[in-house]
Design a protein around this ligand. Structure first.
Ligand SMILES: [Zn+2]
Ligand SMILES: [Zn+2]
Ligand SMILES: [Zn+2]
Length: 546
């Protein structure tokens, strides 16, 4: 069916009206006895239901949502339903698991992609390095085994499944249905017993994980100071005590037995995870979506790429914008209580990265989120979250300069760049990440020192919202309904990046950590507050994000 008419600017021309009639005829046939159909106009976007008559007037006056090009709610069927990537199926994974779509050939393909991705990078990073070539040997051996397993039949005479494919599918089911490790082992034992002798099934969950050993992504455990002063990495790696608060690194250390650290930060390196995205042909094409497939509609925000900051960034770094594969990330963090909602004594802080290259219906799906850090509790890290973010920041800096990555669609290596563009958080967490004190007289980071406040006994209320109204708005003069005053002030000026950097200069060099020796009212803290008052800034510390 011709769809060109829906993009026409003139909605009263014959072409538009003919196209619309045909569309409505199809919709009428599709609706059957139902009185109403979904309205695909720009305002309703298939969320609201109206009679055909009303929908027609909406489409004439407002026009059709230009992103709605496959009319699935109005009776259109594609020749091949499965090829439609953004059909709104609620659980893509479940469907994949049931359809048994992945066959041995595909398994082989996936392995090959990962293989190329792993080795091309290492070769280019200097093959002469002894350590690298060691690792390479090791990895090669792993892949050798995996390739062999992908060819070995599950049991003699089995044509449908290789041992690798079978275990991968079984593990997938385990994850989807949240089977416990124990139940998985029990099932394996039953299967092993019931299958023909000489079958290759692993006998426990542990063994089946070992079978996939070569392709997992690693997680780093980094010890942290009990008071959040430092991480025991880089120059502090070998220390037994925190150099700032002198607390021991270990909870238990009797000199001979096992040492137990006080706090462990779990870090999931970003680089291999981003590289892995490009190893899968399907996901690698998603990574170009924002530039190659996105339909831009003037006046509509449907993706961060429509936003000001994205466009501004493209202008500033044209070399970054040129390659659609370069990744734009957002960072999100909030505390959560892993044990019990009622028990407030322990909270962990996951830090999650979200990838905005992908279409919105993919990037907001759980499998495409990157868990980057798991910051241990018991108390929230507060402003010391910077300490824990260090490994991530180091990697982001490296990624901004570029990292060799294998692209399985183009079948070649390229220099992958990544930039962190936004943070997503609630207001208290915003305070932790940006260093702005989100309480008191200057709580609003946008209004800055122009924040309008009023003391209400021992609390503070924030007022002056009428400043943001247009110049001649009736509410500006209507003091009676508000605080009895006429509002003449304009909205506060937005601060430029330079001005904010200047404010941050004031608080440079503040030490992080909850060192119990610097108690409230100590000289250090007094100096910090004094500086803030003197320079009219509410930044507590110089931060990475602001
Ligand atoms: Zn409508
Ligand atoms: Zn310390
Ligand atoms: Zn404000």
């Amino acid at each position: 069916m011709d769809k060109g008419w829906m993009f026409l600017a003139d909605r009263w021309c014959d072409e538009y009206r003919n196209g619309l009639e045909k569309f409505l005829t199809m919709a009428k046939q599709h609706k059957g006895d139902k009185p109403k159909i979904r309205c695909p106009c720009r305002k309703c976007r298939n969320v609201k239901y109206y009679s055909v008559h009303v929908v027609k007037s909406h489409l004439l006056y407002k026009g059709m949502d230009s992103t709605y090009t496959y009319w699935k709610f109005h009776g259109e069927t594609l020749p091949n339903e499965n090829s439609n990537a953004h059909s709104c199926c609620d659980n893509e994974h479940e469907i994949n698991a049931n359809n048994a779509e992945v066959n041995d050939d595909e398994m082989q393909e996936i392995l090959e992609d990962i293989y190329w991705g792993t080795f091309n990078e290492e070769e280019l990073n200097g093959g002469s390095n002894k350590e690298v070539s060691f690792r390479k040997e090791d990895e090669l051996e792993k892949f050798d085994r995996l390739f062999k397993d992908a060819k070995r039949a599950l049991y003699p005479g089995c044509k449908k499944y290789s041992i690798l494919l079978f275990v991968v599918k079984l593990l997938h089911l385990k994850v989807l249905n949240r089977w416990s490790n124990k139940s998985f082992t029990m099932l394996l034992q039953l299967l092993k017993d019931s299958y023909p002798d000489d079958n290759l099934l692993p006998s426990s969950y542990y063994d089946s994980r070992k079978l996939l050993g070569g392709i997992g992504l690693r997680c780093d455990l980094i010890h942290a100071c009990k008071n959040d002063c430092i991480l025991f990495r880089k120059e502090y790696e070998g220390l037994d005590h925190c150099p700032k608060c002198l607390q021991s690194r270990w909870k238990i250390n009797d000199g001979k037995g096992k040492k137990v650290p006080q706090k462990i930060l779990r870090y999931f390196p970003l680089k291999p995870r981003l590289q892995r995205l490009f190893m899968s042909r399907k996901i690698a094409s998603y990574m170009r979506w924002h530039k190659e497939k996105r339909v831009e509609e003037i006046g509509v925000l449907s993706h961060p790429a429509d936003g000001e900051s994205w466009k501004e960034f493209d202008k500033k770094f044209p070399w970054f914008a040129e390659d659609a594969r370069n990744v734009r990330l957002a960072l999100s963090s909030d505390g959560f209580n892993p044990f019990n909602n009622m028990c407030n004594s322990y909270s962990m802080w996951p830090v999650v990265l979200i990838n905005y290259n992908m279409p919105p219906w993919v990037s907001k799906r759980e499998p495409y989120f990157f868990l980057s850090l798991l910051i241990p509790g018991r108390r929230s890290p507060g402003k010391d979250i910077d300490v824990f973010l260090q490994p991530l920041i180091d990697e982001l800096l490296e990624l901004f300069k570029g990292v060799r990555t294998y692209d399985s669609v183009a079948e070649q290596c390229f220099l992958l760049h990544a930039a962190l563009m936004w943070t997503i958080n609630d207001f208290p967490a915003y305070g932790d990440l940006s260093g702005w004190v989100t309480k008191g007289k200057m709580a609003c980071p946008c209004c800055n020192d122009k924040t309008d406040y009023q003391s209400l006994r021992n609390k503070i209320g924030y007022l002056g919202h009428r400043r943001f109204l247009p110049d001649n708005h009736v509410w500006r003069n209507d003091g009676k309904k508000f605080n009895g005053k006429v509002e003449r002030r304009l909205k506060p000026r937005e601060l430029s990046g330079e001005e904010i950097l200047k404010q941050l200069k004031v608080v440079e060099g503040v030490t992080l950590g909850k060192n119990p020796n610097t108690k409230k009212g100590s000289a250090v803290l007094k100096k910090e507050t004094g500086l803030r008052r003197a320079y009219f800034t509410n930044y507590r510390i110089g931060k990475i994000f602001h």
